[in-house]
Ligand binder design. Structure first.
Ligand code: GLN
Length: 458
């Protein structure tokens, strides 16, 4: 399997999915997995399965750059808890996957390595399309069969949106289910790692391997990790699925509306009760997210100072420490990251803190309460579209107005703000043959239930 994947990666350079490859390490781990599988002891769940790792995860001795120039040459001395858990489960890392710089983006176009490309094309066209972002390399690699599965991270939709754009499955677990230790921080109160796979069953197996309580992450939940695969019954009898009316946005493309209706019908056929629900604060989610995420990012990214990690700018005679910071950060961060740092610094500044940051935090509480109320009323899962459209062409959303790109996250950010688990399942194609996905949102810590509903939809 590992040899076949390495060969596939070699032939797929044009996708720009893998940005650092580790073939020797992979073959070594694959040989160890073979020995284990031949041995008498029971092999772990992912023994010998070749996977890709998003460049946001620190992997010991292997370049881990968060797709940023500022981390050029950075090889961590330690392994992230999630990638260690995967290695312990027998998974074989093939290398590191492309992404938006520091996970800021929805199209992979902010990557310092150049963007990854979606293996899908519109019918009869050769126009390269985005695999989505920020986990675009992960999505492209899984969709193109370069690996059996990949890790992603999701701060505002970065697992679920690329999954929808590539016809793959991606789950963002409940906040605290996977350790954030060793995952380069973007917005700490929103970031979660999760699997990107070819099927719901694979997602269940891989999530179980990734999740753990970890004392090195103070927000990691001290809860047992259930057997998610065993939860996959797909039996929807007695389950209530909520359809939130606020997600029926003005101007929703007919094919997205149809996809949503078809998905609803499928769950109904499987035995679920369908109920209309209201999540009244939905319209404030995107603005609140684009205050909170940059605020936390501006603080997290202060550590890239030219001293502690990676790159330092070449200095002129007479330059002092201030010039060193300024030049290093100006050269090392791309334009989108600089924009986030500026927005974040502004909304946290003394004069504007209450007007923006504190207000956004209050809105976040209300968004969470919307979900709490719906779940308290007996709803088990919520069904929504995953994205407002199918994959778009490179450059189509990158004009002078960054808000155009931010609008892509309209269906996904609420889940991060509320800390809930959410999954994207591919359920159809658009008129041009491109994959489309639906999103299911579950109760906190009930990823098993969520995966089982996703299984019914698959
Ligand atoms: N597209 C969103 C952003 O740019 C979400 C990114 C993510 O989930 N990492 O912030």
């Amino acid at each position: 399997l590992t040899t076949a994947c390495l060969k596939a990666i070699e032939g797929a350079g044009a996708l720009n999915a893998f940005v650092h490859q580790t073939p020797e390490l992979a073959l070594e781990r694959a040989a160890a997995a073979d020995a284990r599988l031949k041995g008498s002891e029971e092999a772990p769940a992912m023994c010998g399965l070749p996977i890709g790792i998003k460049d946001l995860f620190c992997t010991k001795g292997v370049a881990s750059q968060a797709a940023s120039r500022i981390l050029d040459g950075f090889k961590p001395e330690y392994e992230s808890t999630v990638t260690q858990n995967l290695a312990d489960a027998g998974a074989v890392m093939l290398g590191k996957l492309n992404m938006d710089e520091f996970a800021m983006g929805s199209s992979n176009e902010t990557s310092a390595y150049g963007n990854a490309i979606n293996p899908w094309r519109r019918k009869g066209e050769e126009t390269p399309l985005t695999p989505g972002g920020s986990s675009g390399g992960s999505a492209a690699a899984v969709a193109a069969d370069l690996c059996l599965a990949a890790t992603g991270t999701d701060t505002g939709g970065s697992i679920r949106q690329p999954a929808a754009f590539t016809g793959t499955v991606g789950i963002k677990p409940t906040y605290g289910r996977c350790s954030r230790w060793g995952v380069v921080a973007f917005a700490s109160s929103l970031d979660q790692a999760g699997p990107m796979t070819k099927s719901v069953r694979d997602a269940a197996i891989m999530l179980e391997a990734m999740a753990s309580y970890d004392s090195k992450d103070s927000t990691s939940a001290n809860l047992a990790v259930p057997n998610f695969e065993a939860a996959l019954t797909g039996d929807m009898r007695g389950k209530k699925i909520g359809i939130p009316r606020e997600y029926r946005m003005d101007g929703m493309p007919a094919e997205i509306a149809k996809l949503w209706e078809d998905g609803t019908a499928m769950l109904k056929d499987a035995g679920a009760e369908i109920v209309d629900i209201s999540l009244p604060h939905t319209k404030y989610a995107l603005p609140a997210y684009y205050v909170i995420a940059p605020a936390e990012a501006s603080s997290n990214l202060a550590r890239y100072d030219g001293v502690r990690y990676g790159q330092r700018a070449t200095l002129d005679a007479g330059d002092g420490i201030t010039e060193m910071y300024e030049k290093t950060r100006a050269e090392g961060f791309g334009p989108e990251v600089q924009r986030r740092v500026m927005v974040g610094t502004y909304v946290l500044s003394a004069g504007f803190y209450d007007a923006y940051y504190n207000r956004a935090r209050r809105v976040r509480t209300l968004i969470k309460k919307d979900f709490d109320d719906v779940f308290a009323a007996g709803v088990d899962c919520i069904l929504t579209p995953a994205t407002p459209s199918a994959a778009f062409g490179l450059g189509e959303m990158t004009d002078a107005d960054p808000i155009k790109m931010y609008l892509n996250d309209v269906f996904t950010v609420t889940v991060n703000l509320a800390g809930l688990p959410g999954i994207t399942v591919p359920t159809g194609v658009d008129a041009q043959g491109l994959p489309l996905g639906l999103q299911l949102i579950g109760r906190p810590w009930e990823e098993g239930e969520l995966l089982s509903s996703a299984y019914a939809l698959e």
